[in-house]
Every structure is written in C-alpha cells, then in structure tokens.
Design a protein around this ligand. Sequence first.
Ligand code: AMP
Length: 194
Amino acid sequence: MTDSSVAQTEVLLLMGPPGAGKGTQALKLAQARGLHKLSTGDMLRDHVKRGTDLGRQAKSIMDAGELVPDELIIAMVRAELEKQTPVRVLLDGFPRTAAQAEALDRLLSELQVSITAVVLLEVQEDELVKRLLSRAEREGRSDDNETTIRNRMQVYQRQTKPLIDYYQRSGQLRHVNGLGPVDEVLVRIAEVLP
Ligand code: AMP
C-alpha cells in the first residue's frame, strides 16, 4: 500500500475472558505501537464515576456482571472512533457480542479502515478466577466479587466466545498464551502482529 494515510491506520482488538490480562496488556501495547486505547469497561466506569445518564443506566448491569445494551456501547465507541484521524486504536473489551462485532465492521467500513488483527489472550479458568479475586483485594472493583465473577465468566462463554469463530473465519484471529510475566506476554503479542 503506497497511500501513507491508509498505511498509518491500525485497528487492534484485544479479546479474552475476564481476568486474562486485557487491561494490563492494552496499556502497554497501545503505548508501544502509538495507539489510542479504547477500553469500554474503563469508559463505562468513568461514566459511573461522573454520574452521567449512561453511568446511571450501566451501574447495576455492571455490578451484576451482565452486558450493557449493545446500542449504548456501540454509540459510545462510534463517538470515539469518529474523532480519530487517522484511526489508530486498540479496542479493549469491545466487541463482546455478535451485534457489536457486526456494528464495528460497518463502522470501520464507513471510516474506510479495516481490522489489523484480533488478539485472543488465552488463560485457563481456574487461573482467571484466582487473578480476579486477587484484583478484588487490590483494586476493590465492585464487580470483582465471587458471584459476579462467576456470572461474568458465563456471560463471556455465552455471548463473547462465539466471536472467536467469527474472527477465526475471517483470518484475523491471533492466539496468544496469556500465562506468565506481563512483559513476556507482551512479547508474544508483538510476535503475532504485522
Ligand atoms: P471490563 O472492564 O472490560 O471487564 O468491563 C466491565 C463491565 O463493563 C462488564 O462486565 C460489562 O458489564 C461492561 N462492559 C464493558 N465492555 C462492554 C461491552 N463491549 N459490551 C457490554 N458491556 C460491556
């Protein structure tokens, strides 16, 4: 590709179950590649903190470990993506449903950019629960208690895991072992990216 404006765009998706280390890796990866990190979980927590309409609608859903309605999430992501020229983003925690993935495809096609790669962080379930419970002690996130954690795992299995097939079929999926020291995982991610 010779058009530099096209070559500059980059859209990375970071997927994985709750506790896989998406947030930690997203920070480092975005910094390393000069990408704007868009974490829907962080954006929602910010709305809750500021007491916006969206925050008020999202709070109880998040505390129950359920997913915030697609329309609200898609509108929030759309507003952020439309601000970017060129689009250079790392999406963390989005998409989480088939409807979100389809909306993202449409939005990116409107913006004339495509997904660079989808990174799937893989970690076994017993390790995930251990990590989330220890994060609960450290950060005190209101959705990091055992009941909610269990529900978030189920929600992931039911609603988000099918997206793995979607991106596998499109040839964009890159599997990465998420176990081990943070910087080793980061190196593994870098190795699978163009
Ligand atoms: P996270 O920080 O990514 O684990 O997200 C925390 C919570 O925010 C989730 O359990 C959901 O309630 C909500 N959330 C974050 N991203 C999304 C999304 N893409 N779609 C629906 N709900 C989301």
